[in-house]
Design a protein around this ligand. Structure first.
Ligand code: 13P
Ligand code: SF4
Length: 305
């Protein structure tokens, strides 16, 4: 039996489901039961009937799956190297201090945060629904974090005052994209459309033809009239997009906005680690019961929308 057959056998024996984010390496996307963006994976994690969820992604994503499934075993194939640096930029103290200064504001935080931050927020959001979540509140002032670029994206889609916390928060992968990268590729491919993630800088968002979550990019690439599309997000998104194009019987040239847009924590998951994870049932995500209950309210407020 090869490693893929062994993983599939273990999965059946243990009634496990494998969820993978769109930025996972190709071999992981290929063995996953579901591949998607943060919001899609939240919804699948909430609805699954599997006994074990193996989450192939970064720390906050596996935590979110646990929050939504406190009675299930949620495993992540690697524990040390899978921290999303942005998720660690907003510890609870930053939120509590900002709340003291702005007692009438609501707190909306990106799902790319730790459970302890979610537990003291009014709602989470993802890049697919940030504007809808913010506009669903009656209050005029929103404390929003940690991604300031996503803050810029929402501020263009709401009349509310968006206060970003902490100042300068953001994703080291998407911060690499510069205006010049878009201009150079647009010159090289004059007929190409450019789609960028809302974690990109305002100057990149403003030049892009569309600004979308990774799930939104799948729909956009499938439906766009253009034959060439520049992809402004993590490079393995192109694996997912090519897979969807193939399924639809289409071919398009997808051009990475930068070839060095690699999220290192996402690349720490390997087939060997997935097999070990299913065999030994490690590493299990555990969270404080009270944190789970409070963080769940914040995620469910988002899922209601
Ligand atoms: P999506 O929700 O668009 O998949 O984004 C998640 C992420 O981590 C982007 O860096
Ligand atoms: Fe975190 Fe950025 Fe990686 Fe997304 S791409 S998981 S925000 S480091």
């Amino acid at each position: 039996m090869d490693i893929i057959e062994r993983i599939n056998t273990l999965k059946k024996e243990k009634n496990a489901v494998i969820l993978a984010h769109n930025y996972q390496p190709e071999e992981i996307q290929n063995i996953a039961d579901f591949v998607g963006d943060s919001l899609e994976l939240c919804i699948i994690a909430k609805e699954t009937t599997a006994d074990i969820i193996v989450f192939c992604g970064v720390d906050f994503m596996a935590e979110t799956a646990k929050i939504l499934n406190k009675d299930k075993k949620v495993l992540i194939p690697e524990i040390k190297e899978v921290e999303c640096p942005m998720a660690h930029q907003i510890p609870p103290k930053i939120i509590l201090d900002a709340k003291k200064e702005n007692p009438n504001a609501k707190v909306v935080i990106y799902v790319n945060t730790l459970a302890s931050a979610k537990a003291i927020s009014d709602s989470t959001c993802t890049s697919a629904n940030a504007d809808k979540v913010i506009n669903s509140f009656e209050e005029d002032k929103i404390l929003f974090g940690p991604d300031n670029n996503l803050g810029y994206f929402v501020s263009k889609r709401t009349d509310k005052e968006i206060i970003c916390i902490p100042k300068g928060g953001g994703c080291y992968v998407h911060q690499k994209f510069k205006k010049e990268d878009v201009l150079t590729l647009k010159k090289q491919y004059p007929n190409a459309l450019c789609v960028a993630h809302p974690e990109c800088a305002p100057e990149v968002q403003d030049l892009a033809d569309a600004v979308l979550s990774t799930g939104g990019m799948v729909k956009y690439v499938l439906e766009a009239q253009a034959e060439e599309i520049i992809i402004g997000t993590e490079c393995d998104m192109i694996v997912r997009l090519n897979h969807e194009l193939k399924k639809a019987g289409k071919t398009k040239k997808l051009i990475p906005l930068r070839k060095d847009a690699i999220c290192d924590p996402m690349k720490q998951i390997t087939l060997e680690k997935v097999e070990k994870c299913l065999t030994n049932e490690e590493y299990e995500i555990t969270l404080d019961e009270e944190v789970i209950e409070k963080a769940k309210k914040s995620i469910e407020r988002m899922l209601e929308i």
